[in-house]
Ligand binder design. Structure first.
Ligand SMILES: *[C@@H]1O[C@H](CO)[C@@H](O)[C@H](O)[C@H]1NC(C)=O
Ligand SMILES: *[C@@H]1O[C@H](CO)[C@@H](O)[C@H](O)[C@H]1NC(C)=O
Ligand SMILES: *[C@@H]1O[C@H](CO)[C@@H](O)[C@H](O)[C@H]1NC(C)=O
Ligand SMILES: *[C@@H]1O[C@H](CO)[C@@H](O)[C@H](O)[C@H]1NC(C)=O
Length: 377
């Protein structure tokens, strides 16, 4: 008996070692569009994109996203800037790391169906990006690969204190014509909040000729921004962008009113870290457009999500990739802009919005974003 059990155990261990070896979380998978317009690299850790090469107006490919030369820094970098992974089970902030199902305003700590997630932001006042080990810091598993596509699976077995088990499948695909598409499909065994994003940091010059994104042009189809408090969690109100530095309804350089942004993202932070609610659905027409005159690279984003976070990366201080002039030079404030397709932030503590972010049996979650690259006219 003992020996049989031992043999079974040994073969199990061998099997898991083999699976593990084939699936080392920082192994790179490369996908390329047949026409050479876009090449993207991924690791299974966080289903993270590590490089994205597209052609500039001179026909030369540039890597236009931030990242590390050593991808294991995704796990070990104490600053945890969240370079281009899938963020979940609940992206952005959760007030006091607490929510209830059904949702209520200010859930009582010991009330019925109240859940507490570890707080990791603003000295314990809120949870950021799904907890201490959110989906971006988990070992996902590659379950299918081709020359143009890769799919990763993550089993979230009630990690970080959320209710129920969630199975998430993230698929990254490239296509001719400069297209990168990411979709996430998630199913849950119990009622749970799900709100995801893909947290990509863009610098469309790839640090050639400029060190920051203040001269990138930005268009956001939105007339209202979620108002937040001193912990960057929603108050329930919206800011009308009219006559404010938040107005990107006609394209503006990101820095067009930069002196008026001091403290907007909580002093001493300058710039933006806000949730813009789209005025229209953007599954076919872009909700966000970003371009740089220097490289000529233009990005159009379409999505099934109702909102976008724009973060101008005030808090960055991490060695650059070699391809961006590192490692002796760091990514710093305004080196990049993170543009994240998402739901209404912390809607699970803002019942007055009437936004339903509870998923479960019979109600799957689907997230998608398409990034289309072209040359700005
Ligand atoms: C925040 O949550 C904790 C439990 O994690 C609870 O003890 C505390 O009372 C909550 N604070 C407020 C203001 O509700
Ligand atoms: C994830 O992968 C890393 C690197 O192989 C390993 O050290 C770690 O134990 C894994 N984590 C889990 C939860 O399996
Ligand atoms: C912004 O402030 C800086 C320093 O105070 C100043 O040099 C610069 O001219 C200002 N820019 C604009 C556009 O007002
Ligand atoms: C670059 O970032 C690293 C990690 O945060 C830090 O230790 C180092 O001092 C920074 N370098 C500079 C020049 O600020």
């Amino acid at each position: 008996m003992l020996r049989a059990a031992y043999v079974a155990l040994a073969s199990l261990l061998t099997l898991s070692t083999a699976v593990f070896a084939a699936d080392y979380p920082f192994d790179v998978t490369t996908i390329s569009a047949p026409d050479g317009s876009v090449t993207a690299k991924f690791v299974s850790f966080g289903a993270t994109m590590t490089e994205l090469w597209v052609k500039d107006k001179f026909g030369n490919a540039r890597d236009i996203i931030l990242g590390y030369d050593d991808n294991s820094r995704l796990l070990t970098d104490p600053d945890h800037p969240v370079f281009n992974p899938i963020v979940g089970r609940y992206a952005n902030r959760i007030k006091n790391g607490t929510f209830s199902i059904p949702i209520t305003k200010l859930p009582q700590p010991d009330g019925p169906n109240v859940y507490h997630i570890p707080t990791n932001d603003h000295d314990g006042q809120d949870t950021l990006h799904g907890g201490i080990y959110g989906w971006d810091r988990r070992n996902w598993t590659a379950i299918s690969k081709s020359k143009t596509s890769v799919t990763y699976h993550h089993l979230d077995a009630a990690d970080e204190g959320f209710p129920g088990t969630v199975n998430a499948y993230a698929t990254h695909t490239v296509q001719n014509g400069g297209i990168l598409k990411t979709t996430v499909h998630a199913t849950a065994t119990e009622k749970t909040p799900i709100m995801l994003t893909q947290h990509i940091y863009w610098n469309l010059d790839a640090f050639q000729g400029s060190d920051n994104i203040l001269n990138h042009h930005l268009h956001v189809d939105s007339s209202k921004v979620v108002a937040t408090d001193g912990d960057a969690v929603p108050t329930g109100d919206f800011i009308n962008v009219n006559d404010t530095p938040f107005d990107f309804r006609t394209p503006q350089k990101i820095g067009y009113k930069f002196n008026e942004t001091v403290g907007l993202c909580l002093a001493p932070c300058q710039g933006y870290d806000h949730c813009w609610i789209y005025d229209h659905a953007h599954e076919t027409n872009p909700g966000v457009t970003l371009w740089s005159d220097l490289s000529g690279i233009k990005l159009d984003i379409t999505t099934n999500q109702p909102a976008t976070q724009v973060y101008t990366a005030y808090w960055l201080n991490t060695p650059r990739k070699v391809v961006h002039g590192g490692p002796s030079v760091n990514y710093t404030s305004f080196s990049a802009v993170a543009i994240e397709q998402e739901g209404y932030i912390d809607a699970i503590n803002t019942p007055e919005w009437g936004v339903d972010q509870i998923y479960g049996p019979g109600k799957d979650f689907d997230w998608s974003a398409t990034y289309k690259f072209s040359i700005a006219p």
